[in-house]
Design a binder for this molecule. Structure first.
Ligand code: HEM
Length: 141
């Protein structure tokens, strides 16, 4: 990702922050439509979870211009996901649902260049999380 893409994404995400919970709820509804088997993994309050997810993503996006710091954050989140039962393949459904929720939330502001920057950022986050789980996130048999 170049600096221009990072700036573009940060500006777009600043508009998600005030509606992070709503965006998160859109996301989870979509996620469980795409993959209903993921629903039982989430045992907590989904409103709280929605806020935590979008806040975490927002923090990572706002930190993309400080790669060392953000890589560490991603690693810590990835390590916690081993215990949650997250599998590498789940990142695909996650990515698709996030893309959709961001489209709904940002409308025209989710322009093609923003989408492209987001796709790169998501790949970076997902790869970092999978790598951080140190081989514990193994593919489903
Ligand atoms: C962009 C990728 C993701 C990010 C940024 C993310 C972020 C988070 C955050 C911030 C939490 C709150 C607890 C904590 O901080 O440890 C959480 C919990 C959780 N995440 Fe993720 N997550 C991601 C991908 C996934 C994927 C692919 C799965 C697969 C199923 C998943 C399943 C869960 C579950 C089950 C919980 C615990 C919910 C509960 O306790 O009820 N996450 N995630």
């Amino acid at each position: 990702m170049n600096n221009q893409q990072i700036k573009l994404l940060q500006t777009a995400f600043a508009r998600v922050e005030p509606v992070a919970q709503e965006a998160g709820e859109l996301f989870y509804n979509r996620l469980f439509q795409i993959d209903p088997l993921l629903r039982p993994l989430f045992t907590g309050d989904l409103q709280v979870q929605s806020r935590m997810l979008m806040t975490a993503i927002g923090l990572v996006v706002q930190g993309l211009d400080q790669p060392e710091h953000v890589t560490k954050q991603i690693r810590v989140i990835g390590q916690r996901h081993v215990a949650y039962g997250a599998m590498p393949a789940d990142f695909e459904s996650f990515g698709a649902a996030l893309q959709w929720a961001l489209e709904q939330t940002l409308g025209d502001d989710f322009s093609p260049p923003v989408q492209e920057a987001w796709a790169e950022a998501f790949t970076f986050i997902a790869q970092g999380m999978k790598a951080a789980s140190n081989g514990h996130l193994v593919a489903k048999p």
